[in-house]
Design a protein around this ligand. Structure first.
Ligand SMILES: C=C(O[C@@H]1C=C(C(=O)O)C=C[C@H]1O)C(=O)O
Length: 189
């Protein structure tokens, strides 16, 4: 079960956490979860650049070798921090799927309307450097939020953070849907 950032998506309204769940939230939960959600949105912003870098080059959206490298790297970084590598990998699988949601949709739009294809083709290697930077911050954010992520208050607080990030970053519908996908397993259990 994920979080609902779009009122009406799946029939779920966006609700503030109830006083009861807020009362049991470990101290500083929201302050630990909001940066995590913001980093997920930052990572998703790279999908537009990756999509542009790959478009028309024959490079597929799915790159299993690169995905394995990302997952191996973040698991190692989590271990080095004394954090949970399994939770870290689980959350990163969702980041990767969300990134591909954006790439596939942008490619679909550009196929349908070539006038929308970005004029500039970024260097995929450079974009991946930025992704690696965000990955490192995300691993730390995951490590720092273990208590907040395993508390019953997590889902409500992640939803509130997601709605806030959506507004702060002026996310369009595509990136909001993808952010929901990215946040699916942030909350443990
Ligand atoms: C972002 C990319 O596209 C896909 C998504 C990835 C990710 O989110 O880390 C990794 C490999 C690809 O399957 C990429 O190729 O770098």
């Amino acid at each position: 079960m994920g979080v609902a950032l779009l009122a009406g998506s799946g029939g779920a309204a966006v609700a503030a956490p109830s006083p009861r769940s807020a009362a049991v939230a470990p101290a500083g939960s929201y302050e630990r979860l909001h940066p995590l959600v913001d980093l997920a949105a930052q990572r998703l912003a790279t999908a537009d650049l990756v999509a542009a870098a790959k478009y028309g080059t024959g490079s597929p959206v799915d790159d299993p070798a690169r995905e394995k490298q990302v997952l191996d790297d973040v698991a190692r970084q989590a271990r080095e921090l004394g954090a949970d590598p399994e939770a870290t990998v689980r959350i990163f699988r969702d980041q990767i799927e969300a990134n591909k949601v954006v790439q596939r949709e942008l490619h679909r739009r550009w196929d349908a309307d070539p006038s929308q294809v970005p004029a500039e083709k970024p260097d995929l290697g450079e974009v991946r450097k930025e992704i690696n930077r965000v990955n490192g911050e995300l691993v730390r954010g995951i490590a720092d939020s273990a208590a907040a992520r395993s508390a019953p208050s997590c889902r409500g607080l992640v939803t509130v953070a997601g709605v806030r990030v959506r507004h702060e970053r002026q996310l369009d519908l595509l990136h909001t849907v993808a952010l929901e996908r990215a946040l699916r397993s942030v909350c443990a259990g």
